[in-house]
Design a binder for this molecule. Structure first.
Ligand SMILES: Cc1cc2nc3c(=O)[nH]c(=O)nc-3n(C[C@H](O)[C@H](O)[C@H](O)COP(=O)(O)OP(=O)(O)OC[C@H]3O[C@@H](n4cnc5c(N)ncnc54)[C@H](O)[C@@H]3O)c2cc1C
Length: 418
């Protein structure tokens, strides 16, 4: 069979790794100009590899396969060095959270480091390049896909028996073009995560930060919504993130320069039903409304007590923000966020106080808007020989889950299931 893979990211790597020894002619089309500039976004940016049955994507991936893929990446480094750790392996922590209604998210992590990751990618590329049945084409930004009589045509001229679209989030233009033409491919596009970035003094979460690298919990709150923590940054900084027409908050931590605060996101998953079909529109409007109130492309900062009681914040007390003072205005997030979302977040924080005393202090800081968009979930059985793998399929959100999705799709082809 002649198979095309569009994108050379994590999902493509998993796919090729599983299928490369079979008797198929494989063509990889990557829009970047070479392996050094090829994105593989997460692998380049940070490269924390998680093994978890509870996070990383919506599909079920056997943890044995996840660990196998982590080992695959580690084995592509020169000296096989990595940092590793576990979340919630301490039973006391687990029980404390569990007893208060939280669902602790258990995961093992392996951190390879940016320098080693460049090496990993290069070694994967070198191995594939040396194979006579694998052809890697850089500087090929695929913009058109046409299914015709059991074949798929790329950019009006090249014909393949199967095409795997593995373009991640950066390939949304290609995916948008495909779903505009074939809307029946969309399985689900009803979810968006809306919330805040929360900032507290380090000493309040010191023990937790020491115990685990990434503190992830979920909580079904009184509104019925699921609320979760995301992206914990010990001694970190709050920053703003610019989209085309709105600004949101985010957080990060630096290796050398440390702040006195820890920040993390608290996100409410909003999942609406038919006829709703525009989660990106919904999330963007709330973000824009928050920006309109703050003016000048700023975000809103409020103390926790004022956030809870819907009062505009005019002064701060003990906790000083790490976000640059030109980027926020003291205000009231309640004027922009739906009540149900505010109630979900305050229920989450007040309940967390039972496990982490001080987390609901009046003067802790709340920044808004923080929003996470999901890709549309796409069907893999509606158009013959056209397969979506990794983040662009809406099924995955991490390096290991995307790699595993590619692997699983290759296995299905080998077993003639798709
Ligand atoms: C800043 C950042 C940090 C992250 N850190 C982590 C982390 O530490 N751990 C973790 O598990 N996850 C992390 N993630 C998420 C992770 O990167 C993704 O879940 C994963 O890379 C998805 O794999 P993918 O193959 O679906 O897409 P990608 O890895 O993004 O690969 C898609 C490829 O397709 C190419 N492409 C796009 N459009 C086209 C086109 N039209 N034609 C040809 N080629 C195209 C792109 O150039 C890219 O190389 C991070 C994400 C970001 C943005």
């Amino acid at each position: 069979m002649k198979i095309a893979i569009i994108g050379f990211g994590a999902a493509a790597i998993g796919f090729i790794e599983r299928i490369k020894d079979e008797d198929h002619e494989i063509h990889i089309f990557e829009k970047s100009k070479d392996i050094y500039s090829s994105s593989i976004s997460g692998i380049r940016a940070d490269g924390k590899l998680f093994v978890s049955a509870e996070m990383g994507g919506d599909l079920e991936v056997d943890v044995g396969l996840q660990k196998h893929l982590v080992d695959f990446y580690i084995n592509k480094t020169a000296d096989k060095k990595f940092e590793t750790g576990k979340s919630f392996s301490n039973r006391n922590y687990y029980k404390q959270f569990y007893e208060n209604g939280f669902q602790p998210v258990i995961s093992d992590f392996y951190h390879l480091g940016t320098d080693q990751l460049k090496e990993v990618l290069f070694n994967i590329y070198k191995d594939l390049e040396s194979r006579p049945n694998v052809h890697i084409h850089f500087s090929r930004n695929i913009s058109h896909i046409e299914p015709i009589a059991n074949k798929i045509i790329l950019d009006h001229n090249e014909q393949f028996d199967k095409v795997v679209v593995a373009v991640g989030r950066s390939g949304h233009n290609l995916v948008k073009g495909i779903i505009n033409k074939f809307p029946e491919l969309i399985k689900d596009n009803t979810k968006v995560d809306l919330g805040i970035r929360y900032e507290v003094p380090n000493h309040i979460v010191e023990d937790l930060n020491k115990e685990m690298y990434e503190f992830k919990v979920r909580y079904k709150c009184k509104t019925g919504y699921m609320v979760r923590t995301f992206c914990n940054n010990p001694s970190g900084y709050v920053v703003t993130e610019n989209y085309d027409d709105f600004v949101t908050v985010n957080g990060h931590s630096k290796l050398k320069e440390k702040s006195k605060n820890t920040n993390f996101a608290i996100l409410t998953t909003v999942q609406l039903t038919y006829p709703f079909n525009d989660p990106i529109g919904y999330g963007s409007y709330i973000a824009k409304l928050t920006n309109i109130l703050a003016a000048d492309n700023k975000v809103i900062l409020q103390t926790y007590n004022n956030f809870k009681n819907s009062k505009r914040t005019k002064n701060l007390y003990r906790v000083q923000p790490t976000l640059d003072s030109n980027k926020y205005i003291l205000g009231d997030i309640n004027l922009a966020f739906p009540r149900r979302i505010i109630e979900s977040i305050t229920d989450f924080i007040d309940n967390l106080e039972h496990v982490i005393p001080g987390i609901a202090n009046n003067d802790n800081l709340v920044y808004a808007p923080e929003i996470k968009f999901y890709s549309n979930r796409l069907c893999n059985n509606k158009i013959e020989n056209l397969i979506f793998a990794g983040d662009c399929s809406g099924e995955t959100r991490s390096i290991i889950y995307a790699t595993a999705h590619g692997w699983i799709m290759a296995e299905e082809i080998i077993n003639h299931k798709i």
